[in-house]
Design a protein around this ligand. Structure first.
Ligand code: PGA
Length: 252
């Protein structure tokens, strides 16, 4: 049996004024007494990264970003490279979030190039995939997810540096979640696709579920086969909610 360390990641999106530092401090404190087999990370807006890295220094909370450019440096006004992230102490980056795929027209191949850029800068990468409501209604969930996986995950991806997040678009920020059986079906299909392509690395790769995860449903979602953690938006902004989700991780 492969042991995959559960990982709970907070995606703060475009939230996190300087006044929110106390929430990060409370998460750092909470994680200092959480079971040792659980990993945690917070991905604030770029501007907060240096301060958050300092505050989380020496703790188990990794600080990450929500996007990066495909290039290391150069004439790309307004963009942030993975090299800049690494230089600021970020240890991971989310790429291909559905909000970026929609708002910034990001394609699978762009997402893959961003993932490659992150890995070359020694930054771990969380690659997001997930179907829209129309695609689910049309019975296309598994084909969409497989296409996104194939297009967005770099060749030779390793379980130690690449993480997949399955986030049904219709479940993000809506309070709606798929049933446990639906999550199990999609995560099982993702695992199969990863194993077929990457062998043992695909077996060991963590697959997070994301979309309206909160303390009240974490226990059920995190107990599902092939759910190795959660990518949490809204409920990660408050330390008490974030720690409530960490408390839902099954005992290992
Ligand atoms: P949510 O967002 O938890 O607010 O639904 C999840 C995400 O977009 O990563």
């Amino acid at each position: 049996m492969v042991l995959r360390r559960p990982l709970i990641v907070g995606n703060w999106k475009m939230n996190g004024l300087t006044s929110s530092q106390s929430e990060l401090q409370a998460i750092v404190k909470g994680m200092s007494v959480a079971p040792a087999y659980i990993d945690a990370a917070i991905c604030p807006p770029f501007l907060r990264i240096p301060d958050f890295v300092r505050m989380a220094q020496g703790s188990r909370v990794l600080i990450g970003a929500q996007d990066c450019h495909t290039q290391t440096s150069g004439a790309h006004t307004g963009d942030i490279s993975a090299a800049l992230l690494a230089d600021s102490g970020a240890k991971l980056v989310i790429v291909g979030h559905s909000e970026r795929r929609m708002d910034h027209h990001e394609t699978d191949s762009l997402v893959r190039d961003k993932a490659i850029a992150a890995l070359s800068a020694n930054v771990m990468v969380i690659v997001c995939i997930g179907e829209t409501e129309a695609e689910r209604d049309a019975g296309q969930t598994l084909s969409v997810v497989k296409r996104q996986l194939t297009g967005s995950i770099p060749d030779h991806a390793k379980a130690s540096t690449v993480i997949v997040a399955y986030e049904p678009v219709w479940a993000i920020g809506t309070g709606r979640t798929p049933t446990a059986a639906e999550v199990a079906q999609v995560h099982g299909a993702i695992r199969h696709t990863l194993e077929t392509r990457l062998g043992a690395e695909g077996k060991a790769m963590r697959i997070l579920y994301g979309g309206s995860v909160k303390p009240g449903n974490a226990l059920e979602l995190l107990a599902i086969d092939n759910v190795d953690g959660a990518l949490v938006g809204g409920a990660s902004l408050k330390a008490t909610d974030f720690m409530g989700i960490v408390a839902g991780v099954p005992v290992h």
